[in-house]
Ligand binder design. Structure first.
Ligand code: AMP
Length: 181
């Protein structure tokens, strides 16, 4: 199998185990529920390996996980890459000094925070989340990393909702996704 057919086969296998939940958290949204995938050792391993393999040997020193499902993927990816793991959280959850970035939601706005000493100047960072939808979240996390002088190597997600065109909000960035809808 070539690398491409292998990743297509992985994507199809993982797709089959992700659950669509219509109208959650509100009407019109089809929520991609990854909990059945996480509960399956083989599928969870394959998902993490697939994301980590893409970034081995690139000198990444920090893997950022976005609250909350991003944490679950970022931690094993960080270990696989020999990097540290950094939680990016909703406003008010982190105990120490923070940097913040505010971004637009469909209605209103939200703020994400990271500890101000979590990423050093020039550090190579991989940003990890479960889903890339409109790209607003990933864009805000890129801003946080760059505020601290870190270098964003890439954004890696398990699932990309291509019809929402999140990549348009991340111009010039390396964006990797295992599964596309
Ligand atoms: P966005 O900022 O629009 O790219 O949204 C990305 C964030 O919202 C991620 O942290 C996802 O976990 C969550 N998200 C957005 N849409 C969905 C969806 N359809 N299913 C599951 N999570 C989603």
């Amino acid at each position: 199998m070539t690398n491409n057919t292998q990743s297509a086969a992985t994507a199809e296998k993982l797709k089959a185990i992700i659950r669509d939940v219509p109208d959650f958290p509100k009407k019109g949204i089809v929520f991609k529920d990854i909990t059945p995938l996480l509960a399956d050792h083989a599928a969870f391993t394959e998902a993490v390996n697939c994301m980590a393999e893409a970034y081995k040997g690139r000198g990444i020193t920090k893997v950022l996980g976005i609250e909350a499902r991003g944490f679950i993927l970022a931690a094993p990816i960080a270990l696989a890459l020999g990097a540290g793991m950094v939680p990016v959280r909703k406003k008010g959850k982190l105990p120490y000094k923070t940097v913040s970035a505010t971004y637009a939601l469909e209605y209103g706005q939200d703020t994400l925070q990271m500890h101000s000493d979590a990423v050093g100047k020039g550090e190579k960072v991989l940003i990890v989340d479960d889903v890339l939808a409109t790209g607003g979240t990933a864009g805000a996390v890129i801003a946080l990393v760059e505020k601290l002088g870190g270098k964003v190597d890439a954004v890696a997600v398990l699932i990309e909702l291509e019809f929402l065109n999140g990549r348009a909000k991340l111009p010039g960035r390396d964006v990797f996704s295992v599964i596309k809808y």
